[in-house]
Design a binder for this molecule. Sequence first.
Ligand code: 2AM
Length: 187
Amino acid sequence: MTTDTRNNANNNKNEKYARLFFAIQPSKKIQKTLGQVVEKQIQHDGGRLIKPENIHLTLLFLGKTDIDKISALKTAAGNITAKTFNLTIGKTRFWKRNQIIYAHADIYPPELFTLVDAIKNAVQNAGFEFDSRAFKPHITLARKVTRHTLVDFQQPVQWHVKEWLLMQSRQTDQGIRYTSLGRWPLH
Ligand code: 2AM
């Protein structure tokens, strides 16, 4: 495991809780490409684009977590071994109820679901609670969207996923900011 100490949630002694989730995050290049996919559409139809640096796929949302428990969470996560996998992202979809546009992979391979199950088991065994709703992989590109024209990428994006992260979400003056508290390689 590598710990991103720069962004350690314990740095700020005034914070007792952190809003956490596990995720995979593509390279800056892929984030930029995905960020541009619905840019024009949002300018035309309305909605709020996700900043490219915030583009990710959530594996497990934990929500409000006591910061004193983060090291136990990282220890549990560090015991997981899982395999690398590839995602080919070739289209967008509209999730009407959530009012989001998200990028969608043609196939979500079994390794992704195995990783999510391993994270769920590990954090549950370590005494953490989380929403038990079924995992529905998606990469949110825009929020507060009320209509959408589906985009088929001319050239699908190839994402080789080789690590996963523990992320903290913070509301800042500049909007939502995600920082990584830990990252673990896939093998
Ligand atoms: P979304 O993109 O579909 O909104 C950080 O907030 C990440 O956690 C986002 O990817 C978000 O998914 C997800 N998230 C936020 N609240 C959640 C919840 N209550 N249950 C599951 N995932 C959530």
